[in-house]
Write a protein of this length. Structure first.
Length: 517
């Protein structure tokens, strides 16, 4: 593994991390941002890349002052093939079938996940990607201080270190998974200020009190209930019941899938009872995305909203503060399903993917690593300010506290420009337009991380999971969805699990176990 070295002389946080995986928190952007990347980066060459576009397309290079300024500081002609999420799998498969890998290729999520749904990713990276071991393994990474600032868990969990070699550079991400959020105004009025449910039964009582169909208001809804693999958020409700995070690793080295456990099955029964009691908004079954549901949450149509930590939490909170009836969005702390029990918080893999470098001469590999090192410049630096907000004037201005405020063109110029999906610094908590955001999320970290559990298969590869794990697991979740809404009896659940095992689950289990050995 590359040696972890915290970036020297970082801006002093308002809320310092107590150590990985906790994040630093800032109320305001550090003043007088300085350049921290020293020496030449590029050689005036052209750098080609392919990455995913999780935002609308950015302003084209010819009219984009941010992109032009970044290219100038990099001293390269940086060309990006930005692929929409719906086209990503097909484009990646086509690219891998050929022999024309770009200089920098971003793989969205890790080698084992089925989100890429493309077989042979590890073998492709070994065949066409540069072996980065001589440049990044151990203390060698100290030549690239921004990359050395990437936490070890991101290298491990992303599969960037594979078969004893450093093959890719991960994009780190916060560790927290999803959080149960609440409309503070409705919650305090109907349930009581800062009330925390005692257990799952009490949570159901709370949800019943929040449900007022005559006012078109319900306790909750679930984004993606009609298409997402995580039907109605059962995975996240299973936290109350102490279920494992995707897999449980026994002391004997055997893996058990989450939905093979009684804890998950009990959580499914709980969610089914919530739906049968009419506590989900009627639109839930048709809701296909988080942004689609956040607007209705902000409109007060339900009180409890399940969403991702940090960046995902900020979107419904922003919408709520701008609503006709503004409200704050805080987290409901996790609680045990049964008195005396212990909830768990399911952590994510702490990365969003990883970038491979095309097999090239040592000088070329070093140049591309310097480019990635620049793109991963730490929060608060002049480089990070340019990468995140663009050029002062056309893209942003500074408020009276020194925070960059985007202009109308700032989003398409800078925020939509996906350099962050090639390389980026570790996450921090910073969102000055919501004054209590950093303080609230720092407090939430202290609740979630001490009870956090990870997926033990992170960083390991099952070829079956990559090839058809998505299809096999989706079939299971389709059945779970049918059970929740009453299209199938609960007694069908054991057969769904059996079918998952037969159709590939047992093979995936063995491949993961073999890889872990």
């Amino acid at each position: 593994m590359p040696t972890y070295v915290a970036f020297p002389n970082k801006p002093q946080p308002d809320y310092p991390s107590t150590g990985d995986p906790y994040m630093d928190g800032y109320d305001n952007f550090p003043k007088n941002a300085q350049r921290v990347i020293t020496g030449d980066v590029g050689s005036g060459s052209t750098v080609t890349s392919m990455t995913i576009g999780l935002f609308p397309p950015p302003t084209p290079y010819e009219n984009n002052p941010a992109w032009q300024a970044i290219n100038k500081q990099l001293n390269v002609d940086f060309k990006m093939n930005i692929v929409a999420p719906g086209d990503y799998v097909a484009k990646l498969a086509t690219l891998m079938a050929g022999s024309d890998m770009p200089d920098l290729l971003f793989f969205y999520y890790n080698l084992q996940t089925a989100i890429t749904a493309v077989a042979g990713v590890p073998q492709f990276v070994e065949a066409q990607g540069a072996d980065l071991t001589p440049y990044l393994a151990g203390d060698a990474i100290k030549d690239y201080p921004s990359l050395a600032n990437i936490p070890t868990r991101a290298w491990k969990n992303s599969g960037s270190v594979y078969n004893g070699k450093v093959m890719m550079v991960p994009k780190p991400l916060y560790s927290e998974g999803f959080a149960f959020l609440k409309n503070v105004t409705q919650w305090d009025a109907d349930i009581g200020k800062d009330y925390v449910p005692k257990n799952a039964d009490d949570f159901k009582r709370v949800m019943q009190a929040l449900t007022k169909p005559q006012e078109d208001r319900y306790a909750t809804a679930a984004a993606g209930a009609s298409s997402s693999s995580d039907a109605f958020g059962v995975k996240w409700y299973s936290q109350f019941f102490g279920a494992p995070n995707e897999w449980r690793l026994g002391s004997d080295g055997k893996l058990t899938r989450s939905f093979e456990t009684p804890e998950y099955k009990e959580a499914l029964g709980f969610v089914q009872s919530l739906y049968a009691a009419g506590l989900f908004h009627p639109n839930t079954a048709q809701m296909t995305s988080g942004p689609n549901g956040r607007s209705d949450f902000a409109a007060g149509k339900w009180t409890i909203w399940l969403d991702g930590f940090a960046t995902a939490w900020s979107d419904p909170w922003r919408r709520a503060r701008a609503a006709a009836k503004p409200f704050e969005v805080h987290m409901i702390p996790l609680f045990p399903a049964h008195d005396g029990g212990k909830p768990v918080s399911m952590l994510n893999a702490a990365h969003l993917g990883a970038t491979a470098i095309k097999k090239s001469s040592p000088d070329r590999v070093r140049e591309l690593l310097r480019v990635l090192n620049y793109l991963a410049a730490p929060f608060g630096s002049a480089e990070d300010l340019l990468l995140s907000y663009g050029v002062e004037g056309p893209d942003y201005s500074l408020d009276d506290k020194g925070n960059p405020v985007l202009t109308d063109r700032g989003n398409p110029d800078a925020n939509y420009l996906p350099f962050k999906y090639i390389a980026q610094r570790p996450s921090v908590l910073y969102l000055p337009d919501i004054p209590d955001y950093t303080k609230e999320l720092m407090a939430a970290e202290k609740v979630l991380l001490p009870i956090g559990i990870s997926d033990p298969t992170n960083g390991f590869v099952s070829s079956t999971a990559v090839r058809n794990g998505a299809v096999v697991t989706q079939s299971f979740y389709d059945g779970v969805r049918d059970i929740v809404v009453g299209r199938r009896p609960f007694s069908d659940y054991d057969q769904l699990v059996s079918d998952w095992r037969t159709n590939g689950g047992d093979i995936m289990r063995k491949e993961f176990q073999d890889a872990m050995k």
